[in-house]
Design a protein around this ligand. Sequence first.
Ligand code: ZN
Length: 411
Amino acid sequence: MSRLDAIERALCDGLRRRAERMYDEIADAVAIPTGGAFRPGLDEFRGLLCDRLTKLGASVSMHLGDERPAWLALPHERDATAQGDAYVPPVAIAARLRPGTPRVLIAGHIDTVHDPNGAFRTLTRESDRIARGPGAVDMKGGIILAMNALEALDEAGVGLGFSVLLNSDEETGSFHSARAIEEAGRAHDIGIALEPAGEGGALVVERMGSGHFRIDCTGRTAHVGRDFTKGVSAVVALAKAILETSAASDPAAGRIVNVGPLEGGLVSNAVPASASAWGNVRFADPAAMNELARRFAALNTPDGALPGVRVLTAFARPAKPLTPQVERFALAVRDVAESLGQTLPFGKTGGVCDGNILQSVGLPTLDTLGIRGGNLHRTDEFIEIPSIVERAQLLAVVLKRIAEGRITLRS
Ligand SMILES: [Zn+2]
């Protein structure tokens, strides 16, 4: 275990003195609703963060988001999409790179899963250890502690070259922001994402990939009483396709297939002419992804066939395996944690995040350097209050050692 040097001890002291302020800043951030693609809240929060980074000498650029493929819209989302009022948010990148020093990309998503008009709106301190609020752990807490770590490094005179990337659609699959994330990933040397710590405070070093699919079946409608035999049921075709799709699921082999929601037919006394199913897949590695893609492709029928089956896929977040570079990075972060008197177990998950995208373009990335807490995506989501300072210290010392070249991913 390495020892903290004088600058690192001063950094940690400074962050400890910021404890109350960081808590208040998390409360302020939580009070800005950024779920449900709520544009006023997203624009406000993004603007505040960019102003703050500008004061550190970063220059901000806005990258136009891409449209989300329309076929991904679930039945209950389709009305909003059809009205064309869906907000395509930009990706903000605040960059302060230094020639000759490693380029660190710090990625944060400012959106949450919470209803902007729901009852869960503010950060509430439940005890000395726990506070609950929408998006507090996922991931406004992480974003706020990163802001404070960067400011503390600046005050300590550490010349870190960094970019902070802020996207607004991680919780809905990063379809608007994926291209900007990939481009940024290629232009940096080390990736950090501010997702919350894993189970038991773990550093997640391995993630499955995730993809979406839709199966569309076509048939021929007919009156059930008069012409049943002339009909071709799209619903029956879909049922068969679903069984074949589900048979591709083999969690032990690193392949998970979940089907739903479904729709098919309009009335019960006519043979249904169309039916569709949406679903989500998870895969442990490229081989598992390719196997799923092969099975989906095999369901497609020739043009004009009745019933007809067509499968659309978007395997948007590749698997994030533990590479030798990521392992070296993780061990260096654990060393810092131990110097701070913290323990840092390693973990893996089937959950995905923008770290999957960053690493898929070759950027070694650790993506759970945010805050500790739990109950993500629920209305009892919480942060562990002592982790605000602990995790800010961990991040600050890790960033300092990257700036100094002490944490380097080159062998
Ligand atoms: Zn998140």
